[in-house]
Write a protein that binds this ligand. Sequence first.
Ligand code: NAD
Ligand code: TYD
Length: 330
Amino acid sequence: MKILITGGAGFIGSNFTGLMLKKYPKYKITVFDALTYASNPDTIIEFKKYPNFSFIKGDIRDIAAVDKAVSGKDAVVHFAAESHVDRSILDPGIFVDTNVRGTMNMLEAAKNHSIKKFIHISTDEVYGSVKKGKSVETDMLEPTSPYAASKTSSDLIALAYFKTFNLPVIVTRSSNNFGPYQHPEKFIPLFITNAIEGKDLPLYGDGKQVRNWIYVEDNCAAIETVFRKGKPGEVYNVGGNVEEPNILVAGTIIKQLKKPASIMKFVKDRLAHDRRYALSSAKIKKLGWKPKYTFTEALKLTINWYVINKNWWSALKGKAFKDYFKKAYK
Ligand code: NAD
Ligand code: TYD
């Protein structure tokens, strides 16, 4: 089996690639990634020790490069995307180009090369803010941010390729991931690394927004389960087992790192900030998957990882990062 993983140098994609390389030494695994600011080129260097691994530096917006990479593969797992809500508010255009057009390029190449399995990685943000209960796969899609709207478009285009062309597409919609190798612009790693550096933790609005956190290893196990057992044309929600307001997550980080509560600072809210995400994972649980980690133990592991791997994240918090933050807080 020859598998192409797009976005395999990013947070979830690199964790998933690591899992697949270890679990399936006989599969040939190729990562296709443009190595944007969000990528971890170091993980690609680590993967090179596996004889079944190869890497292509390429952009999913480039049809010819995509077509060449997909040719000769049996399956595609498509993670590559612009992934940060705050950046999509500053600059929506690249989100449409990469997430919508880029995904269409992937689907078109998959159709032309008769790919036998196409896993499209979507998100719980397609459902929009959830007042009560939990989102199920058949719920209406009501995305809020340009990021979520671009992911909704790509999710629906992927399903259209199943319905129209019978391309064996399966969609996973996971909740907020956290764990090793997540870029420090995202909430949990930003707060952990800022606390380590003795900087303030900028909590948006009243800090009572709720996210359904999942440890990245659990999400990768879910995607691997769907890869083996998922049914073409189906959508699978992948949610963690906790719903936690941001202010409580921030409090736990501060406590574990033995920092004063005064570093938590309330700042201006994000535009159209979704109040709550909550997923029902009943459907994927029928395939035999369930999360292995509690939120408490996974957060502890994650904090320890960032404490030990300061070299990795401090390199990502340089000038470009500071310039982005200045713009984001204007
Ligand atoms: P990430 O930003 O950490 O990584 C994205 C990767 O895609 C990077 O390696 C980047 O270089 C690559 N990439 C970006 N644009 C590209 C392009 N034009 N061509 C080729 N490669 C490109 O993202 P992540 O957090 O690992 O998310 C991966 C996927 O999972 C995304 O599709 C995202 O929407 C989805 N998702 C993420 C979360 C989360 O909590 N992080 C939750 C649900 C779904
Ligand atoms: P984020 O990691 O950006 O994920 P998403 O917006 O896709 O859910 O943010 C998670 C939550 O944390 C979200 O409610 C916004 C909030 N947040 C802050 O309060 N401060 C911050 O500096 C960031 C980046 C996020």
